[in-house]
Design a protein around this ligand. Sequence first.
Ligand SMILES: Cc1cc2nc3c(=O)[nH]c(=O)nc-3n(C[C@H](O)[C@H](O)[C@H](O)COP(=O)(O)OP(=O)(O)OC[C@H]3O[C@@H](n4cnc5c(N)ncnc54)[C@H](O)[C@@H]3O)c2cc1C
Length: 439
Amino acid sequence: MSDLPASPRFVVVGAGIHGLSTAYHLARELRTRGLGSGRDVVVLEKSEPGAGASGIACGVVRNNYFQPAMSELMQACVEVWESDPAAYAYNPVGYMALGPAVQESDLAATHERQERIGYRSTLVTGEVEVDAYMKRLFPDWRARGVTALLHEHQGGFAFNRESVLGLAGKCREEDVEILTGVEVRALELEGDGTVSAVETSRGRIQVGEQLVLAPGPWAKRFWAMLELPMTIDVRTPSGEVVRDRPMWTYWNLQEGEIAVDPAMFATADGGAPPVIHLDTDAPLSTDEGELLTDELWGIYYKRDRHGVQGGASPLVVDGEVELDPYPATTDVDPGFRDMWCAALSHAMSRFEGCRSLYKMARSGGVGAFTADNFPVFDYMRPNAYAILDSNHGYKMIGVGREVAKVLVGDHSSLLYPFRFERFATGDLHPVSHSPYPWS
Ligand SMILES: Cc1cc2nc3c(=O)[nH]c(=O)nc-3n(C[C@H](O)[C@H](O)[C@H](O)COP(=O)(O)OP(=O)(O)OC[C@H]3O[C@@H](n4cnc5c(N)ncnc54)[C@H](O)[C@@H]3O)c2cc1C
Protein backbone atom coordinates (compact mmCIF):
# COMPACT_ATOMS: atom_id res chain seq x y z
CA MET A 1 0.00 0.00 0.00
CA SER A 2 1.34 3.46 -0.89
CA ASP A 3 1.44 6.08 1.87
CA LEU A 4 1.02 8.87 -0.67
CA PRO A 5 -2.11 11.04 -0.83
CA ALA A 6 -4.44 9.38 -3.34
CA SER A 7 -5.77 12.31 -5.35
CA PRO A 8 -4.66 15.81 -4.31
CA ARG A 9 -6.34 18.65 -6.19
CA PHE A 10 -3.00 20.30 -7.00
CA VAL A 11 0.23 18.34 -7.46
CA VAL A 12 3.42 20.42 -7.66
CA VAL A 13 6.64 18.72 -8.78
CA GLY A 14 9.94 20.18 -7.52
CA ALA A 15 10.76 21.90 -4.24
CA GLY A 16 12.95 24.68 -5.60
CA ILE A 17 12.18 28.39 -5.63
CA HIS A 18 9.37 28.01 -8.21
CA GLY A 19 7.61 24.89 -6.92
CA LEU A 20 7.59 26.16 -3.34
CA SER A 21 6.63 29.72 -4.21
CA THR A 22 3.76 28.39 -6.33
CA ALA A 23 2.58 26.01 -3.60
CA TYR A 24 2.71 28.72 -0.93
CA HIS A 25 0.95 31.39 -2.99
CA LEU A 26 -1.61 28.89 -4.27
CA ALA A 27 -2.45 27.85 -0.72
CA ARG A 28 -2.99 31.52 0.15
CA GLU A 29 -5.12 32.15 -2.93
CA LEU A 30 -7.30 29.14 -2.13
CA ARG A 31 -7.71 30.17 1.51
CA THR A 32 -8.36 33.88 0.97
CA ARG A 33 -10.82 33.27 -1.88
CA GLY A 34 -12.64 30.58 0.08
CA LEU A 35 -11.77 28.02 -2.57
CA GLY A 36 -9.88 25.58 -0.35
CA SER A 37 -6.61 25.57 1.57
CA GLY A 38 -3.03 24.35 1.58
CA ARG A 39 -4.41 20.87 2.29
CA ASP A 40 -5.38 20.77 -1.38
CA VAL A 41 -1.73 21.19 -2.46
CA VAL A 42 1.04 18.56 -2.39
CA VAL A 43 4.66 19.12 -3.42
CA LEU A 44 6.67 16.12 -4.68
CA GLU A 45 10.46 16.37 -4.39
CA LYS A 46 12.79 13.55 -5.30
CA SER A 47 15.49 14.72 -2.93
CA GLU A 48 14.99 17.62 -0.51
CA PRO A 49 14.03 21.32 -0.78
CA GLY A 50 16.86 23.25 -2.45
CA ALA A 51 18.52 20.13 -3.91
CA GLY A 52 18.44 21.65 -7.40
CA ALA A 53 19.56 24.91 -8.95
CA SER A 54 17.88 27.07 -6.29
CA GLY A 55 20.18 25.66 -3.64
CA ILE A 56 23.37 26.40 -5.60
CA ALA A 57 22.44 29.76 -7.20
CA CYS A 58 24.66 32.75 -6.58
CA GLY A 59 21.42 34.34 -5.40
CA VAL A 60 21.65 37.63 -7.31
CA VAL A 61 18.38 39.56 -7.42
CA ARG A 62 18.34 42.30 -10.05
CA ASN A 63 16.06 44.03 -12.49
CA ASN A 64 18.66 44.79 -15.16
CA TYR A 65 16.99 43.19 -18.15
CA PHE A 66 16.90 44.72 -21.59
CA GLN A 67 13.63 42.88 -22.37
CA PRO A 68 10.58 44.87 -21.14
CA ALA A 69 8.66 41.74 -20.11
CA MET A 70 11.57 40.44 -18.04
CA SER A 71 12.05 43.78 -16.36
CA GLU A 72 8.38 44.12 -15.43
CA LEU A 73 8.22 40.58 -14.11
CA MET A 74 11.38 41.17 -12.10
CA GLN A 75 9.88 44.22 -10.46
CA ALA A 76 7.04 42.03 -9.18
CA CYS A 77 9.58 39.49 -7.97
CA VAL A 78 11.59 42.09 -6.05
CA GLU A 79 8.32 43.08 -4.38
CA VAL A 80 8.02 39.52 -3.05
CA TRP A 81 11.64 39.48 -1.85
CA GLU A 82 11.05 42.79 -0.07
CA SER A 83 7.84 41.52 1.54
CA ASP A 84 9.68 39.27 4.02
CA PRO A 85 13.45 39.74 3.93
CA ALA A 86 14.02 37.72 7.10
CA ALA A 87 12.22 34.57 5.92
CA TYR A 88 13.78 34.84 2.47
CA ALA A 89 17.31 35.58 3.78
CA TYR A 90 17.26 38.58 1.45
CA ASN A 91 19.98 41.24 1.49
CA PRO A 92 18.69 44.43 -0.19
CA VAL A 93 22.15 45.81 -0.99
CA GLY A 94 21.39 46.87 -4.56
CA TYR A 95 23.01 45.88 -7.83
CA MET A 96 25.35 47.58 -10.30
CA ALA A 97 25.82 46.80 -13.97
CA LEU A 98 28.90 48.37 -15.60
CA GLY A 99 29.52 48.07 -19.31
CA PRO A 100 31.60 49.28 -22.27
CA ALA A 101 30.39 51.53 -25.10
CA VAL A 102 28.64 48.68 -26.93
CA GLN A 103 26.27 48.19 -23.97
CA GLU A 104 25.59 51.85 -23.28
CA SER A 105 22.33 52.07 -25.24
CA ASP A 106 21.00 48.87 -23.61
CA LEU A 107 21.69 50.18 -20.12
CA ALA A 108 20.17 53.56 -20.95
CA ALA A 109 17.01 51.89 -22.33
CA THR A 110 16.76 49.71 -19.24
CA HIS A 111 17.15 52.72 -16.97
CA GLU A 112 14.49 54.64 -18.86
CA ARG A 113 12.05 51.77 -18.42
CA GLN A 114 12.92 51.43 -14.75
CA GLU A 115 12.11 55.11 -14.27
CA ARG A 116 8.79 54.56 -16.00
CA ILE A 117 7.80 51.55 -13.89
CA GLY A 118 9.09 53.09 -10.65
CA TYR A 119 12.10 50.86 -10.08
CA ARG A 120 14.73 52.96 -8.30
CA SER A 121 18.03 53.25 -10.19
CA THR A 122 20.73 55.70 -11.30
CA LEU A 123 22.36 55.82 -14.74
CA VAL A 124 25.86 57.26 -15.20
CA THR A 125 27.49 57.59 -18.62
CA GLY A 126 30.99 58.64 -19.71
CA GLU A 127 34.23 56.95 -18.71
CA VAL A 128 35.34 59.76 -16.37
CA GLU A 129 31.93 60.05 -14.73
CA VAL A 130 31.62 56.31 -14.16
CA ASP A 131 35.11 56.17 -12.68
CA ALA A 132 34.33 59.04 -10.30
CA TYR A 133 31.02 57.47 -9.21
CA MET A 134 32.72 54.15 -8.51
CA LYS A 135 35.66 55.74 -6.67
CA ARG A 136 33.25 57.48 -4.31
CA LEU A 137 31.92 54.05 -3.35
CA PHE A 138 35.17 52.11 -3.71
CA PRO A 139 38.28 54.35 -3.60
CA ASP A 140 40.43 51.54 -5.06
CA TRP A 141 38.20 51.12 -8.14
CA ARG A 142 40.43 50.83 -11.24
CA ALA A 143 38.49 49.02 -13.99
CA ARG A 144 39.07 50.39 -17.48
CA GLY A 145 36.93 50.59 -20.58
CA VAL A 146 33.67 51.20 -18.71
CA THR A 147 31.52 53.96 -20.11
CA ALA A 148 28.10 53.24 -18.58
CA LEU A 149 26.82 52.25 -15.18
CA LEU A 150 23.35 51.33 -14.00
CA HIS A 151 23.07 51.36 -10.21
CA GLU A 152 19.86 49.66 -9.09
CA HIS A 153 19.02 50.77 -5.56
CA GLN A 154 16.63 47.85 -5.18
CA GLY A 155 17.58 44.18 -5.51
CA GLY A 156 20.73 42.60 -4.10
CA PHE A 157 21.07 38.95 -3.24
CA ALA A 158 19.66 36.25 -0.99
CA PHE A 159 21.23 33.22 0.66
CA ASN A 160 20.15 30.36 -1.57
CA ARG A 161 19.32 27.46 0.75
CA GLU A 162 17.95 29.65 3.53
CA SER A 163 15.47 31.30 1.19
CA VAL A 164 14.24 27.93 -0.08
CA LEU A 165 13.85 26.70 3.49
CA GLY A 166 12.04 29.94 4.33
CA LEU A 167 9.56 29.22 1.55
CA ALA A 168 9.20 25.61 2.69
CA GLY A 169 8.35 26.91 6.17
CA LYS A 170 5.71 29.23 4.73
CA CYS A 171 4.22 26.30 2.79
CA ARG A 172 3.95 24.24 5.96
CA GLU A 173 2.34 27.12 7.82
CA GLU A 174 -0.33 27.06 5.10
CA ASP A 175 -0.73 23.25 5.56
CA VAL A 176 0.91 22.35 2.25
CA GLU A 177 2.46 18.89 2.40
CA ILE A 178 6.01 18.61 1.01
CA LEU A 179 6.83 14.98 0.28
CA THR A 180 10.59 14.46 0.00
CA GLY A 181 12.31 11.42 -1.50
CA VAL A 182 9.49 10.99 -4.02
CA GLU A 183 10.72 10.89 -7.60
CA VAL A 184 8.29 11.40 -10.46
CA ARG A 185 9.11 8.82 -13.15
CA ALA A 186 6.24 9.10 -15.62
CA LEU A 187 3.06 11.01 -16.34
CA GLU A 188 -0.16 9.34 -17.44
CA LEU A 189 -1.62 11.25 -20.38
CA GLU A 190 -5.22 10.87 -21.53
CA GLY A 191 -6.32 11.07 -25.15
CA ASP A 192 -6.96 14.81 -24.89
CA GLY A 193 -3.52 15.38 -23.35
CA THR A 194 -4.77 15.82 -19.79
CA VAL A 195 -2.42 14.40 -17.18
CA SER A 196 -4.50 12.04 -15.05
CA ALA A 197 -1.79 10.72 -12.74
CA VAL A 198 1.92 10.78 -11.92
CA GLU A 199 3.91 7.61 -11.41
CA THR A 200 6.45 8.02 -8.63
CA SER A 201 9.17 5.99 -6.96
CA ARG A 202 6.68 5.43 -4.12
CA GLY A 203 3.53 4.75 -6.07
CA ARG A 204 0.89 6.40 -8.20
CA ILE A 205 -0.80 9.71 -7.42
CA GLN A 206 -3.90 10.80 -9.26
CA VAL A 207 -4.01 14.46 -10.27
CA GLY A 208 -7.26 15.78 -8.81
CA GLU A 209 -7.33 19.00 -10.81
CA GLN A 210 -3.99 20.43 -11.93
CA LEU A 211 -0.33 19.55 -12.14
CA VAL A 212 2.47 22.11 -11.83
CA LEU A 213 5.93 21.19 -13.08
CA ALA A 214 8.85 23.17 -11.65
CA PRO A 215 11.80 20.89 -12.41
CA GLY A 216 14.65 23.41 -12.91
CA PRO A 217 17.52 21.86 -14.91
CA TRP A 218 15.53 18.61 -15.27
CA ALA A 219 13.17 20.43 -17.66
CA LYS A 220 14.00 18.26 -20.64
CA ARG A 221 13.02 15.07 -18.81
CA PHE A 222 9.60 16.47 -18.06
CA TRP A 223 9.29 17.77 -21.60
CA ALA A 224 9.76 14.18 -22.73
CA MET A 225 7.24 12.90 -20.16
CA LEU A 226 4.73 15.40 -21.57
CA GLU A 227 5.49 13.96 -25.03
CA LEU A 228 6.45 17.37 -26.42
CA PRO A 229 8.82 17.83 -29.40
CA MET A 230 12.57 18.05 -28.74
CA THR A 231 13.05 20.35 -31.73
CA ILE A 232 10.77 23.22 -32.69
CA ASP A 233 10.41 25.76 -35.49
CA VAL A 234 11.04 29.31 -34.36
CA ARG A 235 9.62 32.32 -36.18
CA THR A 236 11.86 35.34 -35.79
CA PRO A 237 10.34 38.84 -35.44
CA SER A 238 11.28 39.48 -39.10
CA GLY A 239 9.09 36.55 -40.15
CA GLU A 240 11.85 34.11 -41.06
CA VAL A 241 11.27 30.58 -39.73
CA VAL A 242 14.25 28.72 -38.30
CA ARG A 243 13.48 25.01 -38.52
CA ASP A 244 14.29 22.27 -36.02
CA ARG A 245 15.84 24.34 -33.31
CA PRO A 246 16.66 22.22 -30.21
CA MET A 247 14.13 23.05 -27.50
CA TRP A 248 16.69 22.39 -24.74
CA THR A 249 20.39 23.12 -24.42
CA TYR A 250 22.63 23.09 -21.35
CA TRP A 251 25.08 25.70 -20.15
CA ASN A 252 27.61 25.31 -17.40
CA LEU A 253 27.58 28.27 -15.06
CA GLN A 254 31.03 28.98 -13.77
CA GLU A 255 31.18 30.36 -10.28
CA GLY A 256 33.73 30.46 -7.48
CA GLU A 257 34.82 32.07 -4.23
CA ILE A 258 37.82 33.64 -2.62
CA ALA A 259 38.33 33.12 1.09
CA VAL A 260 38.81 36.61 2.52
CA ASP A 261 37.43 38.45 5.51
CA PRO A 262 34.04 39.60 4.10
CA ALA A 263 34.56 42.98 5.78
CA MET A 264 37.42 43.76 3.36
CA PHE A 265 34.78 44.11 0.64
CA ALA A 266 32.79 47.09 1.93
CA THR A 267 31.91 50.53 0.59
CA ALA A 268 34.01 53.57 1.57
CA ASP A 269 31.70 54.28 4.51
CA GLY A 270 31.92 50.68 5.73
CA GLY A 271 28.52 49.69 4.32
CA ALA A 272 27.44 46.50 2.56
CA PRO A 273 28.51 46.62 -1.10
CA PRO A 274 26.02 46.18 -3.93
CA VAL A 275 26.36 43.14 -6.17
CA ILE A 276 28.67 44.14 -9.01
CA HIS A 277 28.47 43.02 -12.60
CA LEU A 278 31.31 44.30 -14.76
CA ASP A 279 31.64 43.84 -18.52
CA THR A 280 34.50 45.51 -20.36
CA ASP A 281 36.60 45.19 -23.47
CA ALA A 282 39.77 46.45 -21.74
CA PRO A 283 42.58 43.87 -21.96
CA LEU A 284 42.59 41.50 -18.99
CA SER A 285 45.92 40.36 -17.51
CA THR A 286 46.90 38.41 -14.42
CA ASP A 287 48.61 40.24 -11.57
CA GLU A 288 51.88 38.87 -12.99
CA GLY A 289 51.19 40.58 -16.34
CA GLU A 290 50.16 37.61 -18.47
CA LEU A 291 47.50 38.68 -20.99
CA LEU A 292 44.37 36.53 -20.62
CA THR A 293 42.12 38.21 -23.18
CA ASP A 294 41.73 41.40 -25.17
CA GLU A 295 38.11 40.68 -26.13
CA LEU A 296 34.89 41.55 -24.27
CA TRP A 297 34.84 39.79 -20.89
CA GLY A 298 32.65 40.00 -17.83
CA ILE A 299 32.35 38.94 -14.21
CA TYR A 300 29.92 39.39 -11.32
CA TYR A 301 30.68 39.24 -7.62
CA LYS A 302 29.15 39.84 -4.24
CA ARG A 303 30.09 39.77 -0.59
CA ASP A 304 29.24 36.40 0.91
CA ARG A 305 29.39 34.93 4.42
CA HIS A 306 32.85 33.46 3.92
CA GLY A 307 34.43 35.88 1.49
CA VAL A 308 33.58 37.03 -2.01
CA GLN A 309 31.61 34.89 -4.44
CA GLY A 310 30.70 35.28 -8.09
CA GLY A 311 31.12 34.04 -11.62
CA ALA A 312 31.82 34.71 -15.28
CA SER A 313 30.23 33.92 -18.65
CA PRO A 314 28.77 30.41 -18.83
CA LEU A 315 29.93 27.70 -21.23
CA VAL A 316 27.68 25.82 -23.62
CA VAL A 317 27.70 22.10 -22.90
CA ASP A 318 27.65 19.92 -26.01
CA GLY A 319 25.09 17.13 -25.98
CA GLU A 320 23.42 15.53 -23.02
CA VAL A 321 24.19 16.13 -19.37
CA GLU A 322 23.99 13.60 -16.58
CA LEU A 323 22.19 15.72 -14.00
CA ASP A 324 22.26 13.24 -11.15
CA PRO A 325 23.97 13.98 -8.89
CA TYR A 326 23.34 17.69 -9.40
CA PRO A 327 25.12 20.22 -9.93
CA ALA A 328 27.04 18.22 -12.58
CA THR A 329 29.98 20.62 -12.90
CA THR A 330 32.57 18.28 -14.42
CA ASP A 331 33.00 20.41 -17.51
CA VAL A 332 34.15 23.67 -15.92
CA ASP A 333 36.79 25.67 -17.78
CA PRO A 334 40.15 25.15 -16.02
CA GLY A 335 41.04 28.78 -16.86
CA PHE A 336 38.06 30.13 -14.93
CA ARG A 337 39.89 30.67 -11.63
CA ASP A 338 42.73 32.65 -13.22
CA MET A 339 40.29 34.73 -15.22
CA TRP A 340 37.86 35.49 -12.39
CA CYS A 341 40.60 36.39 -9.89
CA ALA A 342 42.44 38.54 -12.47
CA ALA A 343 39.16 40.30 -13.20
CA LEU A 344 38.51 41.01 -9.51
CA SER A 345 41.98 42.52 -9.29
CA HIS A 346 41.35 44.49 -12.50
CA ALA A 347 38.27 46.01 -10.85
CA MET A 348 39.61 46.84 -7.38
CA SER A 349 43.16 46.88 -6.07
CA ARG A 350 42.04 45.32 -2.78
CA PHE A 351 41.78 42.05 -4.72
CA GLU A 352 45.34 42.11 -6.00
CA GLY A 353 46.96 38.74 -5.32
CA CYS A 354 43.61 37.06 -4.58
CA ARG A 355 44.35 34.11 -6.90
CA SER A 356 46.08 32.30 -4.00
CA LEU A 357 42.91 32.71 -1.93
CA TYR A 358 40.66 30.97 -4.46
CA LYS A 359 38.69 28.32 -2.64
CA MET A 360 37.32 25.05 -3.96
CA ALA A 361 33.71 25.33 -2.89
CA ARG A 362 30.31 23.96 -3.91
CA SER A 363 29.77 26.65 -6.54
CA GLY A 364 28.57 26.66 -10.12
CA GLY A 365 26.32 24.20 -11.91
CA VAL A 366 24.37 23.32 -15.01
CA GLY A 367 21.29 25.16 -16.26
CA ALA A 368 18.76 24.12 -18.92
CA PHE A 369 17.99 26.78 -21.55
CA THR A 370 15.03 27.04 -23.95
CA ALA A 371 15.22 27.64 -27.69
CA ASP A 372 15.41 31.44 -27.20
CA ASN A 373 17.04 31.44 -23.74
CA PHE A 374 13.95 32.93 -22.11
CA PRO A 375 11.48 31.23 -19.80
CA VAL A 376 8.40 29.28 -20.77
CA PHE A 377 5.59 29.76 -18.27
CA ASP A 378 2.51 28.12 -19.70
CA TYR A 379 0.02 25.28 -19.74
CA MET A 380 1.81 22.64 -21.81
CA ARG A 381 -1.11 20.23 -21.41
CA PRO A 382 -4.71 21.19 -20.55
CA ASN A 383 -4.15 20.69 -16.79
CA ALA A 384 -0.33 20.77 -16.62
CA TYR A 385 1.30 24.14 -16.03
CA ALA A 386 5.08 24.25 -16.63
CA ILE A 387 7.49 26.69 -14.97
CA LEU A 388 10.60 26.40 -17.13
CA ASP A 389 12.69 29.45 -16.36
CA SER A 390 15.63 28.91 -18.73
CA ASN A 391 17.94 29.43 -15.77
CA HIS A 392 16.83 33.01 -15.13
CA GLY A 393 14.94 32.20 -12.13
CA TYR A 394 16.24 32.16 -8.57
CA LYS A 395 15.44 35.87 -8.47
CA MET A 396 11.97 35.12 -9.90
CA ILE A 397 10.37 34.26 -6.57
CA GLY A 398 7.25 36.14 -7.68
CA VAL A 399 6.54 33.84 -10.63
CA GLY A 400 4.87 31.41 -8.21
CA ARG A 401 2.57 34.20 -7.06
CA GLU A 402 1.50 34.84 -10.67
CA VAL A 403 1.15 31.14 -11.46
CA ALA A 404 -1.06 30.69 -8.40
CA LYS A 405 -3.43 33.33 -9.80
CA VAL A 406 -3.52 31.55 -13.15
CA LEU A 407 -4.24 28.19 -11.48
CA VAL A 408 -7.36 29.62 -9.85
CA GLY A 409 -8.56 31.05 -13.15
CA ASP A 410 -7.12 34.58 -13.42
CA HIS A 411 -5.03 35.98 -16.26
CA SER A 412 -1.45 37.12 -15.60
CA SER A 413 -0.29 39.86 -17.94
CA LEU A 414 3.21 39.47 -16.46
CA LEU A 415 3.42 35.81 -17.52
CA TYR A 416 1.67 36.19 -20.87
CA PRO A 417 4.84 37.21 -22.82
CA PHE A 418 6.39 33.87 -21.78
CA ARG A 419 3.80 31.61 -23.40
CA PHE A 420 5.10 28.76 -25.55
CA GLU A 421 3.15 29.99 -28.55
CA ARG A 422 5.67 32.84 -29.03
CA PHE A 423 8.01 30.49 -30.90
CA ALA A 424 5.36 29.96 -33.58
CA THR A 425 4.06 33.53 -33.72
CA GLY A 426 7.42 35.33 -33.62
CA ASP A 427 6.59 37.32 -30.49
CA LEU A 428 10.12 36.79 -29.22
CA HIS A 429 11.95 38.92 -26.68
CA PRO A 430 14.51 41.45 -27.92
CA VAL A 431 18.16 40.48 -27.61
CA SER A 432 20.70 42.70 -25.83
CA HIS A 433 24.42 43.29 -26.42
CA SER A 434 25.37 41.33 -23.32
CA PRO A 435 27.57 38.22 -23.72
CA TYR A 436 25.36 36.40 -21.22
CA PRO A 437 22.41 34.26 -22.35
CA TRP A 438 20.35 35.63 -19.44
CA SER A 439 20.52 39.40 -20.10
C1 LIG B 1 25.42 27.98 -10.62
C2 LIG B 1 24.14 28.69 -10.78
C3 LIG B 1 24.02 30.01 -10.36
C4 LIG B 1 22.83 30.70 -10.52
N1 LIG B 1 22.75 31.98 -10.06
C5 LIG B 1 21.58 32.64 -10.14
C6 LIG B 1 21.44 33.95 -9.61
O1 LIG B 1 22.39 34.51 -9.04
N2 LIG B 1 20.24 34.58 -9.73
C7 LIG B 1 19.20 33.99 -10.37
O2 LIG B 1 18.15 34.61 -10.46
N3 LIG B 1 19.28 32.75 -10.87
C8 LIG B 1 20.44 32.05 -10.77
N4 LIG B 1 20.54 30.79 -11.28
C9 LIG B 1 19.35 30.17 -11.91
C10 LIG B 1 18.43 29.62 -10.86
O3 LIG B 1 19.16 28.92 -9.90
C11 LIG B 1 17.36 28.73 -11.45
O4 LIG B 1 16.78 29.36 -12.55
C12 LIG B 1 16.25 28.44 -10.43
O5 LIG B 1 16.81 28.11 -9.18
C13 LIG B 1 15.35 27.32 -10.90
O6 LIG B 1 14.42 27.07 -9.89
P1 LIG B 1 13.46 25.83 -10.00
O7 LIG B 1 12.61 25.85 -8.78
O8 LIG B 1 12.80 25.82 -11.32
O9 LIG B 1 14.44 24.57 -10.05
P2 LIG B 1 15.29 23.82 -8.94
O10 LIG B 1 15.71 24.68 -7.84
O11 LIG B 1 16.32 23.05 -9.67
O12 LIG B 1 14.23 22.83 -8.33
C14 LIG B 1 13.78 21.70 -9.04
C15 LIG B 1 13.55 20.59 -8.02
O13 LIG B 1 12.93 19.51 -8.70
C16 LIG B 1 13.41 18.32 -8.16
N5 LIG B 1 13.18 17.27 -9.15
C17 LIG B 1 13.83 17.13 -10.33
N6 LIG B 1 13.37 16.02 -10.98
C18 LIG B 1 12.41 15.51 -10.18
C19 LIG B 1 11.59 14.33 -10.30
N7 LIG B 1 11.66 13.52 -11.35
N8 LIG B 1 10.72 14.08 -9.29
C20 LIG B 1 10.64 14.90 -8.21
N9 LIG B 1 11.42 15.98 -8.04
C21 LIG B 1 12.29 16.28 -9.03
C22 LIG B 1 14.88 18.60 -7.90
O14 LIG B 1 15.43 17.75 -6.93
C23 LIG B 1 14.84 20.05 -7.44
O15 LIG B 1 14.81 20.19 -6.03
C24 LIG B 1 21.73 30.07 -11.14
C25 LIG B 1 21.84 28.75 -11.58
C26 LIG B 1 23.02 28.06 -11.40
C27 LIG B 1 23.09 26.64 -11.85
